[in-house]
Design a binder for this molecule. Sequence first.
Ligand SMILES: *Cc1c(COP(=O)(O)O)cnc(C)c1O
Length: 300
Amino acid sequence: MLFETNNIPIQELDSRLLREKNIKVKVARLDKIHPVISGNKLFKLHYFLEAARRHKQPIVTFGGPYSNHLAATAYACRLTGLTCFGVVRGEQPSALSATLTRCVEDGMKLMFTPRKEYSEISQHPGARNMPGVPAGSLFIPEGGYSPTGAKGASLIMDMPAALDASFIVTALGTATTTAGLLQKVTAAQQVIAVPVLKNLTDIPGRLLYLNGKPANDNIIVWDHYHFGGYAKKTQQLIRFMNELYEQHGVPTDFVYTAKMMFAVMDKINAGFFPRGCTILCLHTGGLQGNQSLEKDQLIF
Ligand SMILES: *Cc1c(COP(=O)(O)O)cnc(C)c1O
């Protein structure tokens, strides 16, 4: 691992509601591992980086203009001295997003690609001979979506706090993190996935591809907390983020972790969780994405 992951801070939330219901909510602050390679991205990249370093391969990866994955990959490559290329979805804008500006500062070479072409090459990366990319480069699919990414994500389950949790909750984008958690979950535990995209109907197929076998019944998917779709938000969500920060000092990002935490709190209120249970919420990082919000929306 590029950074120390043996001491991930675990933050237990305290409120009257939680005490009354006798439910423990712990937040595993993967976001605190590193400000840029934060959260689950470090884990998903782990085995890719290991292979690229061993064979001194340049890295090619894919993402949108606000992609946490691109930001993490660029930074990791700078640290490890690897050349890296970021294939960015869409035409080159007149001004780069904060995320892409960082990527460039970290030495990533950006290749803007019209949407249609992007969806073709990002889905069949290794198969393409891309102009400008050295032969023998290592391709990392968008979001690390691959069995290699899932294997890396499974390392998240090695933290001691995962042992005594009845439920382990994560936001779900590509399902790679969820797949990794499922690799190590025990029969007494459940993984809860909160998709942040609308109409993500192919989760079973994704898990099958990622883990090479279908998910058993240790998974619960709550698919109505996407707030309108990927990177969509409402005033209710922003208000929730500010309240969560005010009450518990947990900053979240509006694309992933806020929707996950909202879902957990909503389900606690609705009586979903049994008394005496421990819920481990994964703070998968992504805080850099809040830079795309208008100023003054968030109190943190
Ligand atoms: C990328 C990302 C996710 C989604 O993880 P998947 O493995 O793609 O499901 C969740 N949270 C944050 C903060 C992310 O950046």
